[in-house]
Design a protein around this ligand. Structure first.
Ligand code: NDP
Length: 531
């Protein structure tokens, strides 16, 4: 396995030029791009627009203006662990200003008078601008979130463009209904679908741009306005997106982006009386507290939370598909994927062969620098996340699971991990029950369908699951009985703008994507007219 975490630190002349160009650009808050990061960027190259964005001072985006923060906090680049940027560490005053702007835009501003067709056009324009800047966005996201750039461009940014276009189309297709009524007298009754209001959107660090677009596109199509807080580890792509919102011509206050810490500013946003709905994606632990806080104001709330999704492999399965699915989920994005197939249940006759096929592929994955187009897997997001994954690997060893791949700390700069597979696990182990959120697969044998189903459903989570079999009747039987928001058959982690996504049990409440998501941003008003 190649794990070339140090290979961009060679001295060469072009590097020095970019070091001068990036690190000598001290913005008004006195922050610079660290030399190690500048050297890394120069080795692989970035667009002129990425370079300009990185050099510029980072500000909140409130009421159509870029607003300087009173205090700044550093943003680190995960391949080097060095400073990439600094962003405002927001305060309650900035949350107040953003919520006030969003309220004005929703209730009195230009946005409140826009027709559905105008909203559709602006969302289409935004999608086109994201597409025109796909490379810049992928570079910013890759540097900020430690994502291998090829997958980031295609999945994170490409998927976001599709969703913006999909939801743009819905703006003009929101309908109420006429209702027959049976009370005495002559009446005409109908329903009106109206936007819920001001949305407080809070997103995690594993898909910073994509999750934010998941939170923005549907409410904007419905006519709502948004205050969005990115994760403190990964705020940059949304600040670049703010520039595109300006270019697209979104009226002031429609989208507001405030950066800062969840425990303070995120909490202020959740509890703000000016928020009509909280749309949250993140861990179950934080989601529970966010949900309680939203209820104090009787705000609407949707929660997209954690997962520990099972993949069930029967003896008649196409093992090559299983291998592909593990590459696309537990080893994609360094395993920092909410719906990753992190628990693999394999029927005994194909148990060892399946493990071998997965390990053979995992050991030739290219783990390395995120800006390298050939990289399959980048680092973990942070030192803390890397430490947490390594701790789970140590727990797995103590619990008696058999390591068949990876499991070591590759060392060196940055937060790199190895693709890791534990065999001979059982459902009583913490590594089987808890969300590790890293490239760690746990494999458990089973004998028959009934046992597989019982093991798969033995979890507090219910985000997603998959079944691998050539027996169509068995597939349908299991689809009905598995407790999960999504069930894939002979694949895993397929997502489309037109297919709802969201969990059951402790994986969440409500759906993102599809027409189902749009409904979460619409109120139904009943109207009666006496004739
Ligand atoms: P966290 O729950 O730690 O954080 C999510 C967001 O909430 C961040 O923006 C965070 O801010 C903010 N936050 C933290 N504390 C509070 C608070 N008290 N009030 C309001 N906001 C707060 O999750 P992670 O960022 O660690 O993301 C990983 C988790 O997200 C995993 O559990 C994963 O499964 C889940 N996830 C679920 C998805 C789904 O669709 N179901 C999709 C993607 C991820 P800050 O960063 O500043 O702390």
């Amino acid at each position: 396995m190649c794990c070339c975490t140090l290979c961009w630190n060679e001295p060469f002349s072009q590097t020095e030029q970019v070091i001068r160009s990036l690190s000598s650009t001290v913005n008004s808050s006195g922050d610079t791009v660290d030399k190690a990061v500048a050297a890394f960027i120069d080795k692989y190259g970035v667009t002129e627009r990425t370079r300009r964005f990185l050099e510029a001072e980072k500000r909140h985006y409130i009421n159509g203006e870029f607003v300087a923060g009173a205090e700044m906090m550093p943003v680190l680049e995960p391949c080097t662990g060095a400073q990439l940027a600094a962003v405002p560490s927001g305060t309650s005053a900035e949350v107040d200003a953003a919520v006030a702007a969003a309220n004005h835009a929703f209730r009195h501003g230009e946005w409140s008078s826009w027709t559905p067709a105008q909203r559709e056009r602006v969302l289409m324009k935004l999608a086109n601008l994201v597409e025109e800047n796909v490379q810049t966005l992928a570079e910013i996201e890759s540097l900020d979130a430690g994502k291998a750039i090829a997958g980031c461009r295609e999945v994170d940014i490409g998927g976001s463009i599709d969703l913006l276009r999909y939801m743009a189309g819905w703006a003009t297709k929101v309908d109420g209904a006429t209702r027959q009524v049976s009370v005495a007298g002559q009446h005409f009754a109908y329903t009106l679908k109206e936007p819920v209001g001001v949305i407080g959107a809070i997103v995690p660090w594993n898909w910073p741009f994509n999750m934010a677009v998941w939170k923005l596109a549907a409410p904007l199509a419905a006519g709502c306005t948004v205050v969005l807080k990115p994760a403190q580890l990964t705020p940059l792509s949304m600040l670049f997106f703010a520039e595109l919102c300006e270019e697209a011509g979104l009226p002031p206050g429609v989208i507001n982006i405030v950066t800062g810490r969840g425990s303070s500013m995120g909490n202020d946003l959740t509890r703000h009386p000016g928020i009509d709905k909280i749309s949250f994606t993140g861990s179950t632990e934080v989601g529970v507290s966010v949900g309680k806080a939203a209820m104090e104001n009787v705000s609407h709330v949707t929660l997209e939370l954690g997962g520990k999704s099972p993949m069930i492999v029967f003896e008649d399965a196409d093992i090559e598909r299983v291998v592909e699915a593990t590459q696309q989920s537990i080893f994609f994005n360094t395993g920092q994927v909410c719906s990753a197939g992190s628990r693999l249940y394999v029927q005994r006759p194909v148990y060892e062969a399946t493990i071998k096929a997965i390990v053979d592929r995992a050991t030739v994955m290219r783990v390395g620098p995120t800006l390298d187009e050939q990289t399959d897997m980048g680092p973990a997001i942070s030192a803390g996340q890397k430490a947490s994954v390594l701790e789970y690997i140590a727990i797995g060893r103590e619990e008696g699971a058999r390591i068949v791949c990876g499991g070591e700390d590759p060392g060196g700069e940055g937060y790199f991990l190895q693709p890791t597979v534990f065999a001979d696990c059982d459902n009583s182990m913490r590594i089987v029950q808890e969300e590790i959120f890293g490239p760690v697969l746990v494999v458990i044998p089973f004998d028959d369908e009934e046992e597989a189903l019982q093991l798969a459903n033995d979890s507090i989570y219910g985000l997603a699951a998959s079944v691998f079999t050539r027996d169509i009747s068995r597939a349908h039987r299991l689809v009905k009985k598995i407790e999960a928001g999504t069930v894939w058959v002979n694949t895993h982690d397929m997502i489309d703008a037109n297919t709802p996504f969201g969990g059951v049990k402790q994986s969440g409440i409500g759906k993102d994507l599809g027409p189902e998501q749009l409904d979460h941003f619409l109120e139904t008003k009943a109207v009666w007219i006496a004739l």
